[in-house]
Write a protein of this length. Sequence first.
Length: 276
Amino acid sequence: MRNPIKLLQKLLATKKETFELVDNLRESSDLSDDQTNMLGNLLQLGNIQISDIMVPRADIVSININSSFEDTLNLFLEAAHSRMPVYKEQLDNIVGMIHVKDLLPYWHKNLKFSINKVKRNVLFSSPSMLVSDLLGQMRATRTHLAIIVDEHGGTDGIVTIEDLVEEIVGEIEDEHDSKEEPFITTLDNGALLVNARTNIVDLEMALGVNFSDVEAYEGIETVGGLIFNIIGKIPKVNDHIPEPKLGINFKILEADHRKIHKVLVSRGETLGEKQN
């Protein structure tokens, strides 16, 4: 018997078709909102690439294979993660992962600790791999962490099996999760407070514009990437950056020498003076 979910994924080629089906089910079926949303997420797995959900390289918390027990324990406590990738010499050379449970045998015991002895295997994936395919591989191999590598073999990001499951059931919070701010917050004056890692599609929906209509912006995935494309450099805090083609203005609220963190976005001239 053919898998009905796989069949529907092939028939529903676009997000619009999936959204229409989900809306119809919500109105005409006995499914709860949570069940309907879960079905919609499940159908969309065939269209979502790993690059859309991975933790980017800049946000990876990893551990050197030569780290001591004390350093490893302290990093787990600081990061509040249950597992971390293990690298040798540099982040582009990941050799496995370690789980916080792997430290328990060494707790208050006079045993020589070595990450190399306790590290576990990881999967390696390309950014273009589909979420549904990677989830199947991780389940088959009982592996809970995948390293996303770019075309040159460098580390591009990581994905946990929890990240993949959340694409189906929604956000899973545990006692260690901190309350994160939403990626886009609408202020009283209509301006948007935006995390620079926000997907450009989400900003398009919030603003009612289409950045892909501008040829120079094709292929850009994040708000930070869009701003960098406009001015060709990392901006400074309080810089005002106009986007004249679509009438959008950006004000940099948080940034460092490597990347943009938080941006104020509005239509028209509501952000004040433009950058010189």
